[in-house]
Design a protein around this ligand. Structure first.
Ligand code: AMP
Length: 420
């Protein structure tokens, strides 16, 4: 038997209803905050990711699914969505009339990481990006919107971790201070950090290896090196969050190793997931649109790990599975076409109706209705056809009564229809 690829997974009915619930909740909320959905392809030229994510990152170095297409062009299954959204923003000159644009997208991402709990090779992200504003209020708004989304989904064990990365003016100063701190500690660092420290010392700060964490515990904080403009920007984000009663903690280890990342950076963390505590990550990337060949336009955004979010939401134990409202037990040849027409009309009217086409006995049809967790069963056989009434059984209370064929669809509509 052919099995799915390691690190990939199926989302089966039972779980897919929860996924729909999250998608719909997020899309509705983001729309209320003025975001519009953008749908981008899942493959792009490799160069786009190499340039935007950075050649010396884990993702580009060893995690991308890259292959030549039949003409030999190198293409990559997207490991994240920001690069494609920027590419689209630039390519279609979406900034032309009004540079401020807010987009969201939901879809699969691909990274060839070591699979483990909460970590897949095809995983999903909910992504939101805002172009055209350098304002700290936009950063605060994104964090607030995330908080509201988590709360609407019943996730309250969530904390915003925030930091500032400064800007091309003040970061070199911090980089020097960090490099000075690291020098002399090389022996305590992992091989990756030793290799990367000169090119990208900021990445040593967020290395997850315990020895590196220990070695970096007393490292200088970037917040002590911010220029005045970056300092004011960060203070405004903090005040705006306080004004919206959005709790946060300052996390000086939260860094991104790439030059185009600027100022606010954040992560939403939860205690509900064990090792993989980050359920969303984001921040400002004022330099990326220019780096990818567009005009100098600031931007900020986030990506939520959908699989992890679904895992947390599932812990609440609520079910989003919808059961049939009605099961029509048709007995005998004559009942079949009647039942067939009824379930077609009922389903069309939004009453979830099922039936049996195989002519099974009443007993086995009742068993099946039970298994499907149908709310009601409508029984129709030769006797009922003669009397022109069907029997309606409430599967919870077990109460039964007769429903005349005349006006049957209206009666069922009134009794089983949506109660809103
Ligand atoms: P990143 O794009 O690396 O900033 O990740 C954003 C979010 O996506 C993270 O906070 C995770 O929740 C999620 N994520 C990243 N990589 C994976 C993965 N391999 N499997 C599942 N979720 C992931």
């Amino acid at each position: 038997m052919i099995q799915l690829i390691r690190g990939f997974k199926d989302v089966l009915p039972g779980e897919s209803e929860l996924w729909q619930h999250i998608e719909q909740t997020a899309a509705a909320l983001f729309t209320d905050f003025g975001f519009k959905e953008i749908r981008i392809p899942i493959m792009e030229r490799t160069e786009l990711f190499a340039r935007s994510i950075g050649e010396d990152t884990d993702i580009v170095e060893k995690e991308m699914y890259t292959f030549p297409d039949r003409k030999g062009d190198l293409i990559t299954l997207r490991p994240e969505a920001t690069a494609s959204i920027c590419r689209s923003y630039i390519q279609h000159k979406l900034y032309a009339a009004d540079p401020v644009k807010k987009y969201f997208t939901i879809g699969p991402m691909f990274r060839r990481e070591r699979p483990q709990k909460g970590r897949y090779r095809q995983f999903y992200q909910l992504d939101a990006e805002v172009f055209g504003s350098a304002s700290p209020y936009v950063d605060a708004q994104l964090i607030y919107m995330l908080k509201i989304l988590f709360h609407r989904l019943g996730v309250t064990d969530i904390m915003a971790h925030i930091n500032s990365l400064g800007c091309p003016e003040c970061r070199p100063d911090f980089r020097d201070a960090l490099l000075a701190y690291i020098t002399g500690k090389e022996a305590e660092l992992c091989a990756d950090c030793r290799r990367r420290k000169d090119k990208n010392p900021l990445r040593v700060l967020d290395c997850k290896v315990p020895a590196c964490r220990e070695a970096m515990a007393a490292a200088p904080s970037i917040l002590d090196h911010l220029c005045d403009a970056c300092h004011v920007h960060f203070e405004t984000v903090k005040t705006a969050l306080e004004n919206l009663q959005t709790p946060f903690t300052i996390d000086k280890r939260l860094v991104r190793g790439l030059d185009y990342y600027t100022r606010t950076t954040f992560e939403m963390q939860t205690g509900s997931l064990g090792a993989q505590s980050a359920v969303a990550g984001g921040g400002r990337y004022d330099g990326l649109v220019k780096l990818l060949g567009g005009p100098e336009i600031p931007a900020t955004g986030f990506a939520i790990g959908f699989d992890r979010l679904a895992e947390i939401v599932a812990q609440a134990g609520e079910t989003y599975v919808v059961d049939p409202d009605l099961y029509v037990a048709a007995l005998g040849e004559a009942a079949l076409p009647l039942a067939f027409a009824w379930i077609a009309k009922l389903s069309e009217a939004g009453i979830r109706a099922e039936m049996d086409f195989e002519g099974r006995s009443l007993k086995s049809q009742m068993k099946r209705a039970d298994r499907l967790r149908a709310g009601h069963v409508l029984i129709v056989g030769d006797d009922e056809i003669k009397k022109k009434t069907a029997i309606l059984r409430n599967m919870m209370s077990k109460a039964q009564d007769e429903v005349p064929f005349e006006g049957l669809l209206e009666t069922l509509g009134a009794r089983l229809g949506k109660k809103e």
